[in-house]
Structures are given as structure tokens and as C-alpha cells.
Design a binder for this molecule. Sequence first.
Ligand code: NAP
Length: 284
Amino acid sequence: MDGKALAERVRKEVAGEVASLGRPVGLATVLVGDDPASGVYVRSKQKACREVGIEPFDHNLSSETGQDDLLALVEQLNGDEAVTGILVQLPLPKQIDPQAILDAIDPAKDVDGFHVVNAGRLFTGGKSLVPCTPLGCLLLLKDRLGDLAGKRAIVLGRSNIVGKPMAQLLLNESCTVTIAHSKSRDLAGECRRADIVVAAVGRPEMVRGDWIQPGATVIDVGINRVDAGGGKTKLVGDVAYAEALPHAGGITPVPGGVGPMTIACLLANTVTAACRQRGVDLPA
Ligand code: NAP
């Protein structure tokens, strides 16, 4: 399953929606400290914004920044009409409580979908901003399978940012959902019953080929850097891709599967937020 190609389609749609809104759309990115990986993520999100006509507002703060200073910046961005969406890159330095920061973001501008109000709306069926990675996984599944109603789905992992919202999205599509985690028993047997397997555990190639029911659709969220020999490293997912490929009806690769969809869904969420803030009907 080609995440890059679907992400490209989503980005094109977003670019069209931004143009048709006729008013600027802006995403504020907040990076605290100098973690190299976080810097790469933020820059790639800013580049993706520019490509679809969303203006990125870049806020780089020192690793010494205190919680009150970061809260003050979030408050300022909440009140800034040019800022449609706010993204605070995690992880934050240890002197800052990430939950306090996420709670301070205006839910209407919470394009990461991490605010408790958006999580609550997702669970109770209201209009929410949905975390980008599970939203991307859902779009990949619907693109391949169409209607998901009645399918047996298993989500491996129960984090607040991937596993739980993924399970809720699948439940909202009327799947029969199992959520598995580190205390679950017989993961292989649970997976073998599933039409849809979403793996989000952060364990390199944990899901083996013979865990996959013939024809099942497999979404691999994991991004794990492992030794590739000769002093090199490579990225692998949570699924043993080569083993699972002959069993699966469809499977996302790592890289090139869920990753590109995560960024595309951040752009889509920013446009969704813009439309709601302006009382404009969302494009279908
Ligand atoms: P996380 O917060 O560490 O959560 C991992 C989950 O996996 C936990 O619920 C944990 O169970 C479960 N788990 C760990 N070991 C397990 C095992 N042996 N058997 C069954 N369940 C196990 O991770 P996350 O933030 O959800 O991310 C998961 C993976 O997705 C990571 O590789 C991350 O890099 C990747 N990711 C990718 C993207 C993307 O854009 N592609 C975005 C976000 C995350 P307990 O709750 O019992 O501890």
C-alpha cells in the first residue's frame, strides 16, 4: 500500500481547499530545544505547509525555556487570528510538563488532536480534530477497503496518540475492535482472527508473517532504527514486512507507508480547523 501516493492526493486536495478559502491559513510550529530528530520533523512539516499554501510560523525556543514562558507563547498563539493551527513538537525538555502545554492549546487550533476536548469528542462522536497518524491509517484503510463496517480489527498498542484514537476511529467505522498491549496474551492468535491489523508498538518486526490471516490488511505504524551491519542503520516497522507480504492482502511499507500520511493529515487538519473557525462548510 503506497502511503506516498495517497499522501500526495491528500496534499493536492488540501492545496485546492486552501486556495478556495480565499483567506490565509497559518500553522504555528513550536520547537523547544535542539533535539536533531525533532528539528528534522518540524522542518519537514513547515516545508509541507509551504507546498500547499499554508503559512508556517516558526517558533524555536532554547532548551532552557521554562513552562511559564512556553504557556505564555501558547496563549499568544491562541489569540493570534493569523494562526489557524498550533503544533508543539514533542518531546519537551524535562522541566516542562507536556500535558500542561497540550491542555493550554485552544482545542479549535489543536491540529495534533491531542487536547482532552478533542479526544473526548472523538470518543463521544462529536466534531473533533483527530490525531494525524491514526487519521492517516484510517484513510489508507478506507482507500483500500472502502466500507469497513463489520470487519474484525486489532490495534496493537494503546498510546494516547496512536493506539487509542486508532481503535476509536475503527469503532466509529463499525469495526469489531480488539486493543492489544504489552500485557495481552496470545498476540499471534488475536492477530490471526483479524481482517485489519494496525501495529503501533515500537518493537522492531514483532508481528511475524504467520500472525497474518490470508488476505488481511496490515498497517505498520512502527518506526524503529536498527543495526544494518557494517556500521550502518536502517528503518524497520513493527511488522516483519517480507514475511507478512505473501499473507497480507495489503500492507504498508516502512518507510513510505504511514509516515507520509501523518504529515498530509496535519495539513488536512489545519484546513479543517480553518474552515470551522470561519464557519465555512468543509469540502467533502
Ligand atoms: P508508545 O507510546 O511507546 O506505545 C507503545 C504501545 O505498544 C503501548 O501501548 C505498549 O503497551 C505496546 N507494546 C509495547 N510492547 C509490546 C509488546 N511486546 N506486545 C504488545 N504491545 C506492546 O508508542 P507510540 O507513540 O504509540 O508509537 C508506536 C510506534 O509508532 C513507534 O515505533 C513510533 O515510532 C511509531 N510512530 C510512528 C508515527 C508515524 O508517523 N509513522 C507516528 C507516531 C508513532 P503498554 O501500554 O502495555 O505499555
